[in-house]
Design a protein around this ligand. Structure first.
Ligand SMILES: [Zn+2]
Ligand SMILES: [Zn+2]
Ligand SMILES: [Zn+2]
Length: 114
């Protein structure tokens, strides 16, 4: 069985960018009921989170880091885990609307099982 740390060391994770809705939804289990949160996004988010465990943030150092200042510690109020106006597709719900994206690490539940 692999631990979360083993998987990170081995690069066995997805370096993801997720929209604010999905970050908050995952952290607080609060998902919007209407508006821009379409059933397509809701369904995709449900399917993604069924397969993957989401951990906010990214690796700040190491071979698998994509940190803008990899190898040096975060200064106060560092924004390296966040993009304020990104066109990246949300890795959880597939949202392509430009906006805030937050870095997150996705690890497959299957990899964490014995
Ligand atoms: Zn960083
Ligand atoms: Zn930083
Ligand atoms: Zn999303």
């Amino acid at each position: 069985m692999s631990t979360f740390g083993d998987l990170l060391d081995a690069g066995q994770f997805v370096d993801a960018a997720v929209c604010t809705t999905c970050l908050h939804g995952t952290l607080y289990d609060q998902w919007p009921a209407d508006g821009e949160w379409t059933s397509a996004r809701a369904e995709r988010a449900r399917a993604t989170l069924e397969s993957y465990q989401l951990t906010p943030g990214h690796l700040h150092a190491g071979a698998f880091s994509n940190c803008s200042h990899a190898g040096s510690p975060c200064p106060d109020d560092c924004a390296c885990e966040r993009s304020e106006f990104s066109h990246a597709t949300c890795a959880v719900c597939g949202n392509t609307e430009p906006g805030d994206r937050h870095d997150a690490i996705l690890v497959a539940h299957a990899d964490l099982r014995p």
